[in-house]
Write a protein that binds this ligand. Sequence first.
Ligand SMILES: NC(=O)c1ccc[n+]([C@@H]2O[C@H](COP(=O)([O-])OP(=O)(O)OC[C@H]3O[C@@H](n4cnc5c(N)ncnc54)[C@H](O)[C@@H]3O)[C@@H](O)[C@H]2O)c1
Ligand SMILES: [Zn+2]
Ligand SMILES: [Zn+2]
Length: 414
Amino acid sequence: MSHSDHLSCTPAVPREAQSVVFRMESEDTARLQRQSQPAVEQDFKVIKCKAAVLWTPGAPMNIEEIEVAPPRAKEVRIKMVATGICGTDIKSLADKELSQFCPIIMGHEGTGIVESVGEGVSTVKTGDKVIILCLPQCGECNACLTSKNNMCKEIRLSGTHLISESRSRITCRGKMVHQYIATGTFSEYTVIKEISVAKIDEAAHLEKACIIGCGFATGFGAAINSAKVTPGSTCAVFGLGGVGLSVIIGCKIAGAARIIAVDINKDKFAKAKTVGATECISPQDFDNPIQEVLFDMTNGGIDFSFEVTGNPEIVATALASCNKDHGVCVIVGAIASKAQLNISSRLFFSGRSLKGSILGGWKTKDEIPKLVSDYTAKKFSLDPLITHTLALDKVNEAVQLMKNGQCIRSVLLP
Ligand SMILES: NC(=O)c1ccc[n+]([C@@H]2O[C@H](COP(=O)([O-])OP(=O)(O)OC[C@H]3O[C@@H](n4cnc5c(N)ncnc54)[C@H](O)[C@@H]3O)[C@@H](O)[C@H]2O)c1
Ligand SMILES: [Zn+2]
Ligand SMILES: [Zn+2]
């Protein structure tokens, strides 16, 4: 089926999507179109729409008109419905190293509706409700073929912020626009790879389920899959953002008896208790180091601790809080890749272990839609995590709310 067939045969394509189709004229965009021509018949319809574009790290994002070319083979063009802002976006927005990828559309956690698909796409079709997968699942690499991990080799594209070797399908003011972690969800439309998108239930509530794509899946899976929290255990969660609260939800569902929530921002404590924390503490309220406080509180250490702040020094703290014989510490926070961990060898003298966790250990394409179904079936609530819902053009305000510690998750509605 050609691209034009899709556009003409589906009532699911919003009317405004069809009315903004135009023919690109600039040299750059024309070149991109030529490069992107699949072997099969395909028209040149480009969607003109809005996106939040970052031109300089540290500067606010600009709401810009962008051109989104049709999807090529194994690619999908999506009308974004909702996108959350993750702590990882916030860190990257100010990262000077991102300047080489500017202009770039940020955001990597979102839901939408398939507008059209490229040649050879078989797992989604026009009109399907979908969730964006910021960690792809190609189904073919060693990681995808083993049950032991979820680090699909196609994650390599994340570092290029492009959906393909050297190409994006998006332009702005005649320039190619990069897509953060090969997704880029702060946009009315996007084109991403089929392996980075999964069909979800028709009944899914897109405005809320969007945060399952990164924040919820990451935290919940860290407890369930990575730590394998056991019934009756004692857990400690350092950092009570959207990801940390999702860890707490996972610990509670796994049957933990005590869940101690730790944050320097006490405004987060009420939400932590709502989702299942049994105690909340701030390191700033104690003279002793917090690991000693936790050791005393638990008479010998935590069974499962989680670093969810992204600070390298908290990794050592969370590990030291663990029971010295069997405690497990999971690093969930994104620690800068050049950062070194300063951990005393003494902490490993007996049986503690330290491990990482990416996207909660889920096989994303297979399992994240199941999490969405569980959400739709009310097996857990996302309401406590979503504190603000804003239009896309309020993206900079949403970023400020998160930087000021005034929100958990803000959801943008493109
Ligand atoms: N591993 C993954 O796959 C993955 C996926 C998504 C996000 N992340 C990372 O997870 C982390 C959390 O993400 P988020 O969206 O919840 O961010 P967030 O900014 O909403 O939450 C971070 C929380 O940590 C608290 N905090 C900061 N410093 C602290 C300290 N020294 N002690 C105690 N608490 C402290 C903050 O007050 C805040 O409440 C980030 O580092 C993010 O990059 C990792
Ligand atoms: Zn994220
Ligand atoms: Zn793979």
